[in-house]
Design a protein around this ligand. Structure first.
Ligand SMILES: [Zn+2]
Length: 352
């Protein structure tokens, strides 16, 4: 749990942690041995769904902030770590899915000196989030209000749109290199920290939640692109990172094996889905009737069932809800089907 962070500039906090005086409870905080500090965003009211990562550099930087609905927990966590409103220099977002970036407007309001760093396209959406909110409300249904909440707009001059090869200087010689890592989403960026040597992979390497024995690819609509996703994993491997931090959830070690495994599992996941898609089309005589999606989702579910530890699920009432929220087989199947269909009809954008 949280303890005040002496390494960070900012107001002093009580020896019992400032969170005892906060109206919102401080979320779980984890200090990793490479200096990275994990702040649980409490997405969906559950722990270990989406992590934010604080880098205690001369220019303190938060990577990912979780959805708007629970952004006050992230603010409480930062405050408990000794961060004054003026202290946060950067909020860096891997992509603008609401479980990563939805709270960015609220964080920007709570930390008025922070620059929000995101892909160029993401910056446009965060400045005028109406379209993002509308499409999220359509996709998430009732979860839009209960889990995600609406993004609030961020002023243009608080946003820094970035692209491949850009570097963010955190002071003291520390910097973040930004890498284009599309596949999961078109405008996904990966982040490589010069000091810890870690990469922050957002959703581009996969998801590994409590109770899961293996990484699971995250292949949702509307952008999922298999070749792009594989190239992105290779880009991380080329950097030979010291560690991989997943947004969902936490560090995975060792990094080289993790990335090799991510590559292998993504290929396997897609090939199982593709075989199921062909099978479904044989049954329906190539007349899409919606049953292809059911068949692919059920096949993925069945084939990868053994990656979920039954004991962990039995002991943790949130385990299944977490998985359903973040890595539901139906959403993964829908992303893959869209990709297969676009590849077949020639409407897929080539990689590179
Ligand atoms: Zn995502």
């Amino acid at each position: 749990m949280a303890t005040p962070d002496d390494d960070l500039a900012g107001s002093a906090v009580g020896s019992d942690g400032a969170h005892t005086h906060e109206p919102v409870p401080c979320p779980p905080i984890e200090r990793y041995d490479d200096g990275v500090i994990g702040i649980d965003t409490m997405t969906g009211g559950m722990s270990s769904v989406t992590a934010g990562y604080l880098l205690a550099a001369p220019r303190p930087t938060l990577i990912e902030c979780g959805p708007a609905r629970t952004s006050e927990h992230v603010v409480a966590g930062l405050r408990a770590l000794g961060m004054d409103p003026d202290d946060l220099a950067y909020l860096v977002l891997t992509h603008i899915h609401l479980d990563h970036a939805g709270g960015a407007g609220d964080l920007a309001a709570a930390f008025p000196n922070a620059t929000v760093v995101v892909s160029d396209v993401g910056a446009r959406h965060l400045h005028e989030p109406e379209r993002l909110n509308r499409s999220a409300a359509r996709v998430y249904g009732s979860l839009f209000d209960t889990v995600y909440g609406a993004c609030t707009p961020i002023e243009q001059d608080r946003l820094l749109g970035v692209g491949d090869g850009d570097r963010i200087e955190l002071g003291g010689g520390r910097y973040l290199d930004l890498l284009d890592t599309p596949g999961h989403a078109k405008h996904h960026i990966g982040i490589h920290d010069s000091e810890s040597g870690a990469v922050f992979s957002g959703d581009s390497v996969g998801v590994k939640l409590p109770g899961m024995t293996a990484l699971r690819p995250a292949t949702p609509p509307a952008d999922f692109h298999l070749e792009a996703a594989l190239t992105s994993i290779q880009r991380y491997r080329d950097r030979d990172p010291a560690r991989v931090y997943l947004a969902h959830y936490g560090p995975v070690d060792p990094p080289d094996e993790t990335l090799a495994d991510a590559d292998h599992r993504l290929r396997l996941w897609a090939s199982v889905a593709e075989a199921a898609w062909h099978e479904a089309r044989l049954l329906t005589g190539r007349q899409p009737d919606g049953s292809e999606l059911d068949h692919v989702a059920e096949t993925l579910q069945r084939r990868f069932l053994d990656e979920i530890e039954p004991e962990a699920v039995a002991d943790d009432p949130d385990a299944e809800r977490r998985l359903a929220l973040l890595n539901d087989a139906r959403s993964n199947a829908a992303g893959l089907l869209r990709y297969f269909q676009r590849r077949e009809d020639g409407s897929l954008t080539p990689v590179g």
